[in-house]
Design a protein around this ligand. Structure first.
Ligand code: SF4
Length: 494
């Protein structure tokens, strides 16, 4: 593990920091440009919100072959020095940032940091995976019994071993073979000596987009990372699509049995950056629409609408515009939390959430305040924020939440606490209001959320248009490993 930074908030992991769902990976790849790894480093930097624990880059150059660097910590601290980037030459490179998904969660070993690399009879290949394989335990057992030797505890390594066992003639075909055995959610960026490959699972749970940069191409989890390298956003990779990109261009195939897409609806609410484009619309606009919908569904008389920064901001703006109640920055986030060089005493550590957020007292005093947040997971942070607002002299505190109650864990590449630790799994909305001791608490309805993301008729209960399992408990892919470990699915009739 990297040395703990004196003001690193990861020590809050089991309390405040754990009070958000965390996207677990960002992936990026480039082909056909000089020093591709520099572009990948920039792309990963723009995707840092999808994973801050570690990152890695693999590149290929005709003279030096495959090269890789994998490090703990931020991209800006690891992949900006000339001495590191000079070790990653060539016109093709891929990279990965991770929080920690399946594998040694919370105590990552460097062997779990992607991209993973495999040497096959027809040459080497590196892969970077975003998502979670829900039958990884079963696959791992089978592969080990048949002689595979695993290097990591990551579910993603199964893909490399399945590729090694395939009898197909080339790497893309081996990858197809391997991914047909995999259940769950996957967006993959991979490379050979001459090809950049992008794949999305048939449901398209996790995002992946294609961009054009000069004569080259880029694949990225989100469009914001295309912007940073000056690439043009071409299109999203379709659910179930595999693109193989060479100097001749982009070859597209659909190797899997087609299924109705079930993109992660939480990407719209929280995970993706607000300046990214999803489904043809900016994430910011969608979040503002969520706030408007929330104001229509759950109005309340108040003096101010304040976001819980930063993720609640666009929804708070939407709520304010719809309700006519003035928007104000009632809570200020300290943007430099991780960069302060002061030894934290026990007293400072106990300040918890106050290290990151501060109330704008002059604004709040004597006011009825609506606080807009993106989600409530354990409720620990919401409670502390409410206390801070009341301490500052607010007359009333009303919480409005831009997602439905999070009552089920995600098994598709997002870190969630166990079900019993989710506030909404054990309490009704009124019990949660009581627990948080606020004047009112309202969540957007599932139908309201669907309307806000562009489904005018709301959610189709027979065939939901998105994955919304963490709200509905209806899992589009049966999480077989988790069921084996004792997880109980919602009964069908419930
Ligand atoms: S369970 Fe929730 S967070 Fe996970 S993929 Fe589905 S909608 Fe997204």
């Amino acid at each position: 593990m990297p040395p703990a930074h004196p003001f690193d908030t990861s020590y809050l992991r089991d309390s405040d920091n754990d009070d958000k769902l965390k996207e677990e990976c960002g992936i990026f790849g480039v082909i056909g440009v000089v020093d591709a790894s520099n572009f990948v480093a920039l792309g990963l930097h723009a995707l840092q919100h999808r994973g801050q624990e570690a990152g890695g880059i693999v590149s290929h150059d005709k003279v030096q072959g495959f090269q890789s660097a994998r490090r703990f910590g931020y991209v800006r601290d690891n992949f900006t020095s000339k001495s590191v980037m000079e070790t990653l030459p060539g016109p093709i490179a891929i990279g990965h940032v991770r929080y920690s998904t399946a594998g040694s969660k919370g105590q990552t070993a460097i062997r779990d940091v992607q991209p993973f690399f495999g040497e096959f009879a027809m040459g080497g290949a590196a892969i970077a995976h975003n998502g979670n394989i829900t039958n990884a335990n079963a696959l791992r057992r089978e592969l080990i019994e048949r002689g595979s030797i695993f290097q990591s505890s990551s579910d993603s390594e199964c893909i490399i071993h399945l590729m090694a066992r395939s009898l197909q003639r080339n790497i893309p075909e081996r990858m197809e073979d391997a991914l047909r055995r995999v259940e769950g959610a996957f967006s993959v960026v991979a490379m050979t000596r001459t090809k950049l490959i992008g794949v999305r699972d048939p449901l398209g749970v996790r995002p992946l987009v294609l961009g054009k940069i000069g004569d080259g191409w880029a694949l990225s989890s989100e469009t914001c990372a295309l912007d940073i390298i000056g690439a043009e956003f071409i299109r999203e990779i379709e659910p179930g699509e595999m693109v193989v990109i060479t100097e001749k261009g982009v070859d597209s195939q659909f190797p899997f049995r087609p299924q109705k897409p079930r993109f992660c609806i939480f990407e719209h609410v929280y995970f993706s950056r607000p300046d990214s484009i999803l489904g043809g619309r900016s994430v910011y606009e969608t979040r503002e629409a969520i706030g408007r919908e929330l104001a229509k569904e759950s109005p309340v008389e108040a003096d101010l609408v304040c976001p819980v920064p930063d993720s609640g901001t666009p929804a708070a703006i939407g709520y304010s515009l719809e309700s006519g109640i003035p928007y104000a920055m009632g809570i200020i986030r300290n943007q430099y939390m991780g960069r302060t060089f002061i030894e934290p005493t026990e007293q400072i550590r106990n300040m918890g959430v106050r290290l990151k957020l501060n109330v704008n007292r002059a604004l709040i005093r004597g006011k009825r305040v609506i606080l807009v947040d993106d989600s409530v997971v354990r409720g620990t942070t919401s409670r502390k924020i409410k206390e801070m607002i009341l301490d500052a002299g607010a007359k009333e505190v009303h919480f409005r939440i831009a997602s439905p109650p999070t009552a089920w864990p995600c098994f598709y590449g997002v870190d969630t606490p166990q079900r019993e630790k989710l506030l909404a799994a054990t309490m009704s909305e009124e019990e949660m209001r009581d627990h948080l001791q606020v004047d009112s608490l309202k969540f957007i309805s599932l139908d309201g959320l669907y309307r806000a993301v562009g489904e005018a008729k709301g959610r189709n209960p027979k065939q939901p248009q998105y994955c919304d399992a963490c709200f509905s408990g209806e899992y589009p892919v049966v999480p077989s490993d988790q069921i084996e470990d004792g997880f109980e699915m919602k009964p069908a009739a419930e």
